[in-house]
Design a protein around this ligand. Structure first.
Ligand SMILES: Nc1ncnc2c1ncn2[C@@H]1O[C@H](COP(=O)(O)OP(=O)(O)OP(=O)(O)O)[C@@H](O)[C@H]1O
Ligand SMILES: [Mg+2]
Length: 358
């Protein structure tokens, strides 16, 4: 049965004094995938190990549903785990690897076989059941590791960078498959990655971490379009961030960018950014939200400094009239080169404002 995971005020100070987790409180909804993302050392694996019971926290509690599991050993938590190094037995067959955990728990041989095959079918590799692990590709091994984790029908699945050992192309393919499998299993999953694209593709809920603290929790679209602070804006996707000055009165908000101004009706402004008042703020504009326009509609004349062909589109980097860097995207047929001056406008419906000092 799938359960909600609740972390309350988790703290971890390692014996050498390293403070790995500040004060982490988080709810991971039942039957959904929560993706933990953040730079190296931000505390992601520490959280996962505490949820698994492999590591004791130095403060706070962990509950599964209504049950406090804080002091419970790992084998009593009914958790499946998949790690970066799959820790499969290279000389055993695929089926033996998946059956192994059931056998040592004393499950009868016939039942082991039946459940192992069912798990292998669920990850679409039952045809490879009799191959040895060393005869498999990295992606196939990853599926065996997944089958081995779900063969116990765990309540919770914990995955720590399971795709990071694979090359970019297979990683992308497996990412989509994994997303499908997780939905199919309807299991409560926590997926750890330092790859923001992977987090957004796999997470129903994304948790952005930095230095042992949660920076933001939200749906992928929310995190991407409405980051709570500069850190999240820069970590997730590509961000143009400008220091701006807001003048808000009863009629309208004027956002002075230093290279032009935006005017937004006061009602709309308050509804979109209730926490922003008159004064300094930061404006976020994603590269796809800046466009080449007719000169009369432009917010700035952008002096192109660099142009990168990305296949389906081009990424243009340029300088605004007051010398700020702006990155934007244009169709791959656009004839743009370094030195060009382009009239550029931001899409008012897509920009976002972030409080200045957090
Ligand atoms: N056994 C340990 N003893 C002391 N410090 C540790 C130990 N394990 C981890 N740390 C420290 O705790 C912090 C968080 O580590 P953690 O492994 O949770 O990071 P992470 O977000 O998983 O990073 P990565 O993306 O590199 O895997 C880091 O500063 C790390 O150096
Ligand atoms: Mg880690």
């Amino acid at each position: 049965m799938s359960v909600e995971i609740k972390l309350r005020n988790l703290q971890k100070i390692y014996p050498d004094g390293t403070a790995a987790l500040g004060d982490v409180s988080l709810t991971c909804p039942a039957s959904a995938c929560t993706a933990l993302v953040g730079p190296s050392g931000s505390g992601k694996s520490t959280i996962l190990k505490i949820v698994a019971g492999l590591l004791d926290s130095t403060g706070g509690s962990v509950s599964f549903g209504d049950k406090d599991v804080t002091g419970l050993p790992p084998e009593k938590r009914n958790i499946g785990m998949v790690f970066q190094s799959y820790a499969l037995f290279p000389n055993m067959t695929v089926r033996e690897n998946v059956e192994f955990g059931l056998m040592v728990r004393g499950v009868a041989a016939k039942e082991c076989q039946r459940r192992a095959l069912q798990a292998l079918e669920s990850v679409q590799i039952s045809a490879l059941a009799n191959r040895r692990i060393r005869q498999l590709s990295g992606g196939q091994q990853q599926r065996v590791a997944l089958a081995r984790a779900v063969v116990f029908q765990p309540d919770i699945l914990l995955l720590d960078e399971p795709l990071s050992a694979l090359d970019a192309k297979i990683r992308q393919e497996l990412r989509a498959e994994l997303a499908q499998l997780l939905h199919q299993f309807k299991i409560t999953a926590i997926y750890v990655t330092h790859d923001q694209e992977e987090a957004m593709a796999l997470g129903d809920q994304v948790v952005v971490m930095d230095h042992g603290k949660i920076m933001q929790v939200g749906a992928p679209l929310e995190i991407y379009t409405r980051p709570a602070n500069d850190f999240v804006a820069r970590f997730i996707g590509i961000a143009n961030l400008f220091d701006v000055d807001v003048q808000l009165d009863s009629q309208k908000a004027q956002v002075q960018m230093g290279f032009g101004a935006l005017s937004i009706a006061a009602n709309e402004f308050r509804a979109r950014w209730p926490a922003i008042a008159s004064g300094p703020a930061k404006l976020l504009c994603r590269p796809q939200d800046a466009k080449i326009v007719e000169p009369a509609q432009a917010h700035t004349k952008l002096k192109v400094t660099d142009c990168l062909f990305l296949g389906d589109r081009i990424r243009v980097t340029g300088e605004t009239e007051n010398g700020k860097t702006l990155r934007m995207e244009a169709h791959n047929s656009s004839q743009v080169k370094a030195g060009d001056i382009l009239p550029v406008a931001m899409d008012l419906a897509s920009i976002h404002l972030i409080p200045s000092a957090i």
